[in-house]
Design a protein around this ligand. Sequence first.
Ligand code: ZN
Length: 192
Amino acid sequence: MILQVKKYGDPILRTKGKLVKEFGFELKELVGNMLETMYEAHGIGLAAQQVGLALQLSVIDLQLPPDTRETELTAVYDSKETPIELLFPLVLINPSIVEASCEKAFHEEGCLSFPGTWGDVVRAKWLTIKYKDLQGHEHTLGAGGLLARCIQHEMDHLNAVLFIDRLQKSELQELKPQLTKLQLNTKKQLTK
Ligand SMILES: [Zn+2]
């Protein structure tokens, strides 16, 4: 089932996610719906808050073309070097950062909750996280490149932080009219 993606201005996006404690059928159904929603919207990540639920849960699929040979896109899954495409769709439940590089990278980001808005965000170049899978089993994942960026963007959502919070002041200033418009539109929809 395709779920409605919550847009900027909806208070749920500013609500910190609660830890997931039940790993039953309902969770599997929710994750299935989140994946369907993400693919339909051509997104590469979706957090529970974006479908109206304040939970520590997000899904990621970089949807790499089959011939991708990006050396930066490596991952260490449970201490084993793993071809990145085998990880997708990646379901992150109750994720936490174990280690993040001091080395940072700037890159443009967008978000399904901010249609038509992009901005440059500084993030750690690589990081190691631990998280639970759909069965409630714990894993570690070391990632760099786009995957590391996407994980940080999603983990921010779970903690009620949005990518616009990480833009440089001048860029945020430039986007202000667009953001205010989106926020007002969302608020109008909510009071309908
Ligand atoms: Zn987002």
